[in-house]
Design a binder for this molecule. Structure first.
Ligand SMILES: NC(=O)c1ccc[n+]([C@@H]2O[C@H](COP(=O)([O-])OP(=O)(O)OC[C@H]3O[C@@H](n4cnc5c(N)ncnc54)[C@H](OP(=O)(O)O)[C@@H]3O)[C@@H](O)[C@H]2O)c1
Length: 189
């Protein structure tokens, strides 16, 4: 069995989800309120190790945090390991970090990881990034809901949400704060 999977990401008008200069806020306050509600509605929020390294997030309002870190490059200096919220690190390596439980896997295929999390009682997951992690879910067509907040500004250099341009999206669109919110139902190659 698999958890219900929601992906949420914020991008600039030209499709960038990050700036090369480090931590960069793309959401606006209205969008963050929506994200907080999403976090409260799921069993766990999932991010990749690079997002921890670049953004040093705490993922406010999440009930459980899951960090994917194949090579286990994280250390306990990040705020997410300050404690208070259950935190799992999924890795091929078996290391330990304070206030986190390591889940060691031989195979880092995303479907198998989701099945494992379901067996821990995690029935719904919000995937918040970054680019590598989101694209693993998209490549496996593994999502139930996919929200993209589009900020009307441009980021000149950074990571693109969709590295390939030949994808067709089925989506609805609505206004959200200064930007727009795409609710993507399907992606076709
Ligand atoms: N705009 C937004 O909404 C938003 C949200 C979040 C993050 N971001 C931005 O995204 C950027 C980071 O993105 P990124 O693509 O560089 O990195 P990322 O997706 O955050 O993290 C990549 C890391 O995740 C690990 N990983 C990925 N899939 C895994 C799996 N199946 N099993 C185990 N480990 C796995 C990788 O480990 P290995 O390579 O060692 O296997 C790698 O260390 C940052 O700049 C951040 O600011 C933007």
């Amino acid at each position: 069995m698999l958890p219900r999977i929601t992906i949420n990401v914020a991008m600039s008008l030209n499709g960038k989800i990050s700036s090369e200069s480090g931590r960069y806020t793309i959401s606006d306050p209205d969008d963050m309120e929506r994200v907080f509600l999403l976090r409260k509605s799921v069993d766990a929020v999932l991010i990749g190790a690079n997002t921890v390294i670049v953004d040093d997030p705490v993922l406010r309002y999440s009930r459980c945090r899951i960090i994917l870190d194949g090579e286990f490059k994280l250390s306990d200096k990040y705020k997410i390991f300050d404690g208070g919220v259950k935190t799992y690190i999924v890795s091929r390596k078996n290391k330990h970090i304070k206030n986190a439980q390591t889940v060691t896997v031989n195979d880092t295929g995303i479907k198998g990881i989701m099945e494992k999390l379901y067996s821990f009682g995690i029935k719904s997951v919000l995937v918040e990034g970054g680019m590598q992690v989101i694209n693993e879910f998209l490549d496996s067509n593994l999502f139930d809901q996919f929200f993209v907040y589009v900020n009307p500004g441009l980021i000149l250099s950074g990571k693109s949400l969709f590295p390939a341009v030949d994808k067709k999206l089925e989506y609805t669109v609505e206004e959200c704060g200064r930007g727009i919110l795409l609710s993507i139902k399907s992606i076709y190659i």
